[in-house]
Design a protein around this ligand. Structure first.
Ligand SMILES: Cc1cc2nc3c(=O)[nH]c(=O)nc-3n(C[C@H](O)[C@H](O)[C@H](O)COP(=O)(O)O)c2cc1C
Length: 175
């Protein structure tokens, strides 16, 4: 898909089919993440975990329900793959900006493959990934803290290109 079309087709998907992603699809998204701009080029300060195991995804959903006390809501929206970006220094704004760049590259790559995807921070903010047993299950390496997540999978229906606009985010041009 043409790059501008990818950008205008990128959107949040919150309902996924159960089909798993192939190894090739996961690797394409990982490659996109690898090509993100990284603060000071310190690639060793980042780690990407891809969780495809359905039992572990179910354990995360169940831990999230316990943490939030909301048993009706599935924060993973039934997605078959959960990409988690972890960093060595979560208080360093450069690390957070770089993690966001990794997530966005993967979000756009998923879109280019006509896959649905959703940035998720709720699970990170509310401590689900640090809950008893979860961190070990998903094998976040020692010394790293998860700071951003992306769900991906086949959407129900199609992703449609959205109108191009200058109106969503205020901007000014200093000429
Ligand atoms: C930093 C960040 C955190 C987000 N966290 C969540 C989340 O926890 N759960 C969720 O459903 N969507 C989350 N989103 C998706 C936003 O709600 C969504 O991008 C926004 O409403 C705009 O919609 P669009 O992506 O379709 O353009 C997050 C997006 C960003 C950039």
């Amino acid at each position: 898909m043409d790059f501008t079309k990818v950008m205008h087709t990128r959107q949040t998907t919150r309902s996924f089919q159960t089909f798993k992603l192939s190894q090739g699809q996961v690797e394409m998204m990982l490659q996109a993440g690898q090509n993100a701009p990284i603060s000071r080029g310190r690639f060793e300060d980042y780690h990407i975990t891809v969780i495809k195991n359905s039992e572990i995804l179910a354990a995360i959903t169940s831990a999230a329900k316990q943490v939030t006390g909301d048993s009706d809501k599935d924060p993973l929206y039934g997605a078959p793959a959960f990409f988690v970006v972890s960093v060595k220094e979560p208080t360093n704004p450069g690390n957070i900006a770089s993690a966001a760049a990794i997530i966005e590259n993967m979000h756009l790559q998923a879109t280019a493959e006509l896959l649905g995807s959703c940035v998720v921070m709720g699970l990170i903010r509310n401590g689900t990934l640090a809950a008893e047993g979860i961190r070990e299950k998903i094998q976040i390496p020692e010394g790293f803290t998860p700071v951003a997540g992306l769900l991906a999978g086949y959407p129900h229906g199609y992703l449609h290109e959205r109108p191009r606009t200058l109106g969503k985010i205020a901007s000014n041009i200093v000429d």
